[in-house]
Design a protein around this ligand. Sequence first.
Ligand SMILES: Nc1ncnc2c1ncn2[C@@H]1O[C@H](COP(=O)(O)OP(=O)(O)OP(=O)(O)O)[C@@H](O)[C@H]1O
Length: 730
Amino acid sequence: MSEHTDTDGAPDEDGTTSADSESERAVDDETEASSPRAGDDETVESTADEVELTAEETATDAAGADADDSNVDVAAETGTDGDGEADLGSDVSIEGDEATVEDDEDDLLGGIDIETTEEIEVPDRLVDQVIGQDHARDIVKKAAKQRRHVMMIGSPGTGKSMLAKAMSQLLPKEDLQDVLVYHNPDDGNEPKVRTVPAGKGEQIVDAHKEEARKRNQMRSFLMWIIIIAIIGYALFFARSILLGILAAGIVFLVFRYMNRGSDAMIPNLLVNNANQQIAPFEDATGAHAGALLGDVRHDPFQSGGMETPSHDRVEAGAIHKANKGVLFVDEINTLDIRSQQKLMTAIQEGEFSITGQSERSSGAMVQTEPVPTDFIMVAAGNLDAMENMHPALRSRIKGYGYEVYMDDTIEDEAEMRRKYARFVAQEVEKDGRLPHFTEEAVEEIILEARRRAGRKGHLTLKLRDLGGLVRVAGDIARAEDKDFTEREDVLQAKRRSRSIEQQLADNYIERRKDYELTVNTGDVVGRVNGLAVMGEDSGIVMPVMAEVTPSQGPGQVIATGKLQEIAEEAVQNVSAIIKKFSDEDISEKDIHIQFVQSYEGVEGDSASVTVATAVISALEDIPIEQDVAMTGSLSVRGDVLPVGGVTHKIEAAAKSGISRVIIPAANEQDVMIEDEYKDQIEIIPVQHLSEVLEVALAGEPEKDSLVDRLRSITGQALDRQVGRGSPSPQ
Ligand SMILES: Nc1ncnc2c1ncn2[C@@H]1O[C@H](COP(=O)(O)OP(=O)(O)OP(=O)(O)O)[C@@H](O)[C@H]1O
């Protein structure tokens, strides 16, 4: 829309052809020294923009609460490299400790000295409260400045909507507008639309109401005079009270009708930003068409003087309410295609007429003049969302904005741990009812953040879940009337707030124990205790059995249920090696694989080492030790490759009474098992299938000759000792 102008001179997405828009962007980019956009070289981008942002922050951060950008100020003042002390507020002193705490992993609070989180100052601006996600945060700042759209892809609870909300706080409030819808005397079905600066809308409506009230007052006065005159005339001259009442009634109705007419002239304040302290943030996640695009209510009377004028029935949609602010749509692929197309039009044109969304209602007759929709769109979701999103909409966002992938974890450094301590303070303050956390309680939360990361030297950024733990712990402390949330409360919360998958997995392990289905002693040919993950945070022992039989025709891999594909892939991977060391030709055999009592939940190739071991055992008729469980992916040359969820898998093995577990050596650093399991299980990291067989197979000398053959054909010369006695990483 022509009336939309951006404060920074950046072009609107105003319906120009893409060629026009591109040239506008080029001009814009020139004026902005080097405004980057998605797809540009990141290094070049960030240098120019950091300068911009730093300048912006220095000017605007009067509150001094900026989390990361304050580093610059701190560095300038103290001469240090500035690593965020200022984040934690003046109450918390960490100066002097810096050099020593930086790399001390055991200092869980990263060097700050607090008794409780009450002492930690929480920054005012949402953007400064965001932990990690530096890339996304920078993008959001740039995009707010340049009025660009953003697409954030990543795991749930990593701060996507928080960042979108933060973006609205960064937009200029001065640009906000009110939108009024007026009756159109020429065409009642096409109400007029006018925009005025925020706050003016209410004044205009009030002025119209006042005018209508005065007019109606005058009319009422006139009406009563006429009624009295008519009744007087009827009584004294016509001598008929009935006639008088009838005539007075008609006069009354005529005046009522006239009054309704002047009420109908009062405009409808469609979008009211009078009390808006920041630019609007509209969350249109899962919104139906009406809520997203606006609607016109049905009018049951439609005509005859009783109808509601069409402009009064118009309702704004999220796209209109978000004008000059942020429209956030999570799981954007769940919007139906028509809504996505219309959303695209709104982005492109910067305006969108409102019409009835229900085709059979009287609202469908009405279509307003275009209503401004000059919002910044923040689309979010996981990778699926991106695949299933309307391609043209995606290209709109891409062409006019940034795409950013959210991190799941962040490096575990002193600065970051201090921010996690602040995160606990933030969550406590946000909730408003929880007791603050003691130092030890915060330490336990940080330990949990490490554990949940599933990666050595990292902390989880799935902070919604971690915030959930903070709340449960706080609630436990509150229920006990404690002044502060203590370490025991966090430990209890950890036990209580187990996910459905964790509860299911524990049930599963218990049930298998009850029915004595878990075999953890002795040795069996063709049976391996495999390990799998359920959901994101729990493991199970999943035995795999293999049987090899001569085939009538070409050999097949036969597996149960949905696991056929995984079995086939695992057998294919191992077939090259088997061909070399075995006299048996497996292409002439049927290989039956059973994932015992499991139909799904096995992720991809993490079962391939298990399947390969079971097949080799069945083929060579060498038994497998059942006190061993294993996980790992396999290359065609027999290398054992890393997999996910090792910590949960090891814990599941320990819970099932298994005493040794084989994991890929590359995953060794990710193991963060709870203390209680450390003495129960020996962890054996391996690099090659020959090591797996050396540990898992029983029945020498067949085992030794097989391992030797495997080593010689794959050129694997292992110096290190594997098997019993190798130190566990914990
Ligand atoms: N990076 C972060 N920094 C600080 N707090 C965070 C962060 N990520 C998540 N949180 C906390 O978790 C809450 C939920 O996060 P948010 O709604 O932004 O996640 P999301 O990525 O949008 O998830 P979803 O896609 O499921 O909606 C936030 O209100 C905040 O308390």
